[in-house]
Design a protein around this ligand. Sequence first.
Ligand code: CA
Length: 354
Amino acid sequence: MKLLPSLLALCLSVATQLVYAAPVDEGQSLGLPRSFKDVIIDTDFLSFTDDVGALAVANTLQNLGRVRILGIVSDVQSRFAVPGIDAIDTWYCNPDIPFAQSQPVTNQIDEVNNTAPEYITTLANPALFPEDIHDGSNKTVQDPLTFYRTVLQRAKGKSITIIGIGFLTHLNQLYQSPGGKELIRDKVAELIIQGGDFGPNFFGPGPNRAGYNLLIDLQAAKVLEEWPSPVTFLPSDVGRNVTSGQVLENTPKNNPIRVANEIYHKGTQIGDGSWDILATYYSILGIDEGSFRYGNTGGQIRIFDNGTAAWDFNAYVPYERRQHFLNLRQSNETVAQKLNNLLAFYGERKPACR
Ligand SMILES: [Ca+2]
């Protein structure tokens, strides 16, 4: 009868975990569908604040019972990235979400420029924001390939949604690993990628750029041409035209999402394009939520060595690995309001944890 003490210990451990104290289905007031997904978030949280907003939306939707975040993969090697993300998860009462990170960890604070070097070190300062990872080199942080394989192997059926709001490095590693293609085919329900630019050409005449997330590891990104699960793209031109985040000024001064945005925008008006935030919103709530429509009925992405990408509308793609890109069904303003509703969901108070 060792089972009873074990069960008791499990119950006690669950009872003492920090979780959001949710009243009955608060998401109904936002008109959220009653869907539920298991997701992995693959992020380059470091240089831009749309990853910060994406994590806010994902944590809020977890608290509203729409999603379970099985883990977060950091595509950047900065030792500050994972504790910065853990500070956000902890603020939202989800302090135990597992992490993986690109190895080895480094002291990097910004991969492209010096637009906001200090927001990540601010969030990663445990004196300001409680978290218990402290450093990306912490042994609880796994390497991405091991993490992906472990989670997918444990999953029942095609139950995992991967939210790709970073680079393709580790997804390509997973694909290239022994049995990786079969693992993806059998366990991944959908891969969502913030990338591509398939609409009217924002950059003027000539081919469309593949987008930042794809460009950083372009050779790895080519895995998207043959990825074995359904893939959906949130193109850059769609994200650029939805401005969200202004409402963060109505949230607590110690809200890490507000703090990160204030540092990033250096005292100017908060509010920016919603690339990763939209991709995350779609990933969790799906096409039936009503904000989006598919921009194509067939074909797939093509990625070229010169850093451009195009939609090959005539390509034959088997149904089990169908590809779509998203457009908005509703107005930019309507969709921005939905994102802002989630970013400011807790109003002027921190989420109540128990
Ligand atoms: Ca990103």
